[in-house]
Design a protein around this ligand. Structure first.
Ligand code: GRF
Length: 223
C-alpha cells in the first residue's frame, strides 16, 4: 500500500475527492493518504484530514529549509499529491520524489500556467484571451512551475458569457474526477514517468470503473 502525502493551501476539495475515490476503491485501493501538509494553519484541508483521522501538519512559511523533506520522509511518503499548494517545492524534494509527485492545474497546460498563475488568476486570463476551451491538467512535477510531463487533461467549454466564478466551478468539477484517477493510476504503477521524461502507460482501469470511455479516451495520452 503506497503512502500518499497531500500538500494543500486552501479548501482541499481535491484532497476530499482523492480520499473519497480511494475509499470507493476499497480493498482495490493502491494507496492511502497518510499525511496532509499545509502552509496555512487555517486551511480547511487540515480540518478535512483531522476529521478523517489523518495526520495533519501546519508547516509555516518560515519553516527551516529541509523541513518539508524531513516531514515527508518521516511519514514514509511514496507519493506526493499537490492540491492547491501555493508554496514553491524545494528542488531537493522535487528530485527525491521525481515521478512520484503530481499536481493538478485548472487550465489546459501549457496554456495559462507558470509562476503567479493560480486560482482565479488562471480563469481571468482564460476569459481575457477569448479562448472557448479550458479544462484541468494533471502532470508530474518538475523544477519548473506547471511544466512537468502531462498525465491527463479534461477540457471544458468556455461560453461567451462566462464568468471567472462559473468557469472556476466548471473546471473544479472535472478536477475532482480526473485527479483521483491519476493519483490512483500512478500509485498502482499503471502510469509512470519514464527515463525519457515522457509519460508511459494508460488509465484504463480508472476510466472503466467510472464508466468513461477507456484507454481510447481522446484526452489521455496512450503511452
Ligand atoms: C484547484 O483549482 C487546483 O487546480 C489548484 O488549486 C485549486 C485547489 O482547490 N492547483 P482545492 O483546495 O483542492 O479545493
Amino acid at each position: 500500500m503506497q503512502r500518499i502525502a497531500v500538500l494543500a493551501s486552501g479548501g482541499g476539495s481535491n484532497l476530499h475527492a482523492v480520499l473519497d475515490h480511494l475509499d470507493a476503491l476499497g480493498a482495490d485501493a493502491p494507496a492511502a493518504v497518510a499525511l496532509v501538509v499545509s502552509d496555512r494553519a487555517d486551511a480547511y484541508a487540515l480540518e478535512r484530514a483531522r476529521t478523517r483521522g489523518i495526520t495533519a501538519v501546519h508547516l509555516p512559511r518560515g519553516a527551516a529549509e529541509g523541513a518539508l523533506e524531513q516531514l515527508l520522509a518521516d511519514h514514509g511518503t511514496d507519493l506526493v499529491a499537490l492540491a492547491g499548494y501555493l508554496r514553491l517545492i524545494p528542488a531537493s524534494v522535487v528530485r527525491r520524489w521525481a515521478g512520484k509527485m503530481l499536481n493538478v492545474h485548472p487550465s489546459l497546460l501549457p496554456m495559462f500556467g507558470g509562476h503567479g498563475m493560480y486560482g482565479h488568476r488562471v480563469h481571468a486570463a482564460v476569459l481575457a484571451s477569448g479562448t472557448r476551451l479550458s479544462g484541468a491538467t494533471v502532470h508530474f512535477v518538475n523544477e519548473q512551475f506547471d511544466r512537468g510531463a502531462i498525465i491527463a487533461q479534461w477540457p471544458v467549454p468556455v461560453p461567451v458569457d462566462d464568468t471567472v466564478d462559473r468557469l472556476a466551478e466548471r473546471v473544479l468539477r472535472v478536477e475532482h474526477r480526473l485527479y483521483p484517477w491519476c493519483v490512483a493510476a500512478v500509485a498502482r504503477g499503471a502510469v509512470r514517468l519514464g527515463d525519457d521524461g515522457r509519460v508511459h502507460g494508460t488509465l484504463p482501469y480508472e476510466f472503466a470503473r467510472f464508466g468513461v470511455e477507456g484507454p481510447q479516451h481522446p484526452f489521455v495520452p496512450e503511452s
